[in-house]
Design a protein around this ligand. Structure first.
Ligand code: NG1
Length: 463
């Protein structure tokens, strides 16, 4: 992609942010050759907690982004400065395997993006000691810990910045694939939705994304439809308790997949997507019934290894990972496999229906599917909270066609689909029913707005 093509993806506000960062970098470091990259956050319209099972999702990239202005260095050091004073300056070295900072450090997401570049280009023969370091100024405007993928915006923009200062370029799909697993670096066994949306977003379109291999089909947003996003202000902090809940869901889904794989005598099943892809025809109802016949609703890893005829240590290594990246789950609580599989499989059916509904402008149907998604996330996946449920109900009462939590849940944002003419009423109702009942000033602090589907990440050289 040429610099000229990609600058068209930047809006005026972003260009002003770039100019401010570039001025600082020029005056503090005397840098002359500068690159700017942008990567947006995303909201997911439907297909929640399906990506790590290799099953489809349908997000939009949003018109809020992280921007980095970077200058190459002659050594392998990376010097990071963030415009946000809560995120302190950081320095580290590029090496084959970059050691992470302590959990929760913002710069781990930069390191995660870099590690993706190092691993990927390493396989292509470009070793880490050939990569130049960079001085980078970071300006993120995707609200953090709200389910809008501020982390993917930072990871993707960091990867793009390291590539840009080193003169590395490749197809956007390849970059999306390269960064898909980068959040494993920070200990979240995330699927690849956020990075794919951030990299491959398309103006005015939702993205129907399939995984393994990654494929993206743009679905035009119907005229007259508005997407409202509202932050619950309940912090879905992915570096703490929420990560444990998230990883637990990944494990629960992986066990359900293996039990189904055995029941249908399928080969090499790791995730529910492997089951669905190997069966010529399937329905969520039938698969859930099969699972119920072949395993108890709740199970622990020892019971699962018995059922699967796999040695327990092997099963643990396969599902929880090995070495430093091994994840910990609280084994005193049984793993809920039936309800989790019911959510993921019915959600997959909903994504497929939603893609058709949206493409043909059937907004009511799309809304109904979003409502059903929320109910399943609440009842089968235990990913909602009373606050998110209240907001979803308010949005529906105010005339939204459908509403649901978006992202991992456990706090964060809701999303509502409304006719353009009703969107403001939905926002006002949330202010009155929800924000007004929180502490003073909540409505002023909380992001609640209409978002538009914007373009994916890109890099330009500043002249
Ligand atoms: P959030 O919590 O919005 O970042 C997470 C995962 C996604 C996906 C959704 C649930 C990360 C970085 N992202 O999104 O991959 O699994 O939950 O659909 O953990």
């Amino acid at each position: 992609m040429s610099a000229q093509e990609s600058i068209e993806r930047w809006d005026r506000g972003e260009i002003a942010r770039v100019e401010a960062l570039a001025t600082q970098l020029r005056s503090s470091d005397g840098a002359t050759r500068l690159f700017a990259v942008r990567a947006p956050g995303r909201v997911n319209l439907i297909g929640e907690h399906t990506d790590y099972s290799g099953l489809p999702v349908m997000p939009i990239a949003i018109d809020r982004s992280t921007i980095i202005v970077a200058a190459a260095r002659d050594d392998s050091m990376v010097v990071l400065r963030n415009v946000e004073p809560d995120f302190p300056a950081r320095e580290f070295r590029i090496e084959v395997s970059i050691p992470p900072y302590a959990t929760g450090d913002w710069a781990n997401y930069v390191k995660a993006g870099f590690q993706g570049v190092i691993d990927h280009f390493g396989k292509l023969g470009i070793t880490s000691n050939q990569l130049r370091g960079a001085t980078m100024m970071v300006d993120g405007r995707v609200p953090p810990a709200a389910g809008l993928s501020s982390s993917a915006a930072l990871t993707v923009s960091s990867a793009l910045a390291l590539m840009a200062v080193n003169g590395l370029s490749q197809d956007a799909l390849e970059t999306a694939q390269m960064v898909a697993r980068s959040e494993w670096y920070v200990g979240t066994l995330a699927g690849g939705m956020d990075q794919a949306a951030s990299m491959l977003g398309r103006q005015g379109h939702a993205l129907l994304i399939h995984f393994d291999p990654l494929r993206v089909a743009p679905v035009k947003m119907p005229p007259g439809a508005a997407i409202v996003v509202a932050d619950s202000l309940e912090i879905a902090d992915k570096s703490g308790k929420v990560r444990a809940e998230y990883n637990r869901r990944v494990v629960e889904c992986a066990i359900a997949a293996r039990i189904l794989g055995n029941a249908y005598r399928l080969r090499k099943v790791r995730v529910l997507g492997d089951v669905v892809k190997q069966l010529e025809q399937w329905s969520a109802g039938e698969l859930v019934e099969t699972l119920a016949k072949n395993a108890p609703e709740r199970i622990n890893l020892t019971q699962a290894s018995g059922l699967l005829h796999v040695e327990e240590t092997l099963l643990r290594d396969e599902i929880l990972g090995a070495g430093a990246r091994r994840i910990h789950i609280d084994e005193a609580r049984p793993l809920e496999i039936l309800r989790r599989a019911r959510h993921v499989l019915t959600e997959t059916e909903r994504v497929n229906l939603a893609a058709e509904a949206l493409a043909s402008g059937r907004l009511e149907e799309m809304g109904t599917l979003m409502d059903a998604s929320h109910q399943s996330l609440r009842d089968n996946f235990d990913a909602s909270t009373p606050r998110l449920d209240t907001m979803v109900a308010s949005a529906r009462d105010a005339g939204a066609l459908g509403a649901r939590l978006t992202g991992a849940g456990f706090g964060g944002c809701i999303i509502a689909l409304a006719r353009e003419s009703d969107a403001t009423a939905v926002l006002h109702r949330l202010e009155k029913d929800y924000y007004a009942k929180l502490d003073g000033g909540a409505a002023a602090r909380a992001l609640h707005t209409i978002v538009h589907a914007g373009p994916g990440g890109s890099a330009i050289e500043l002249t």
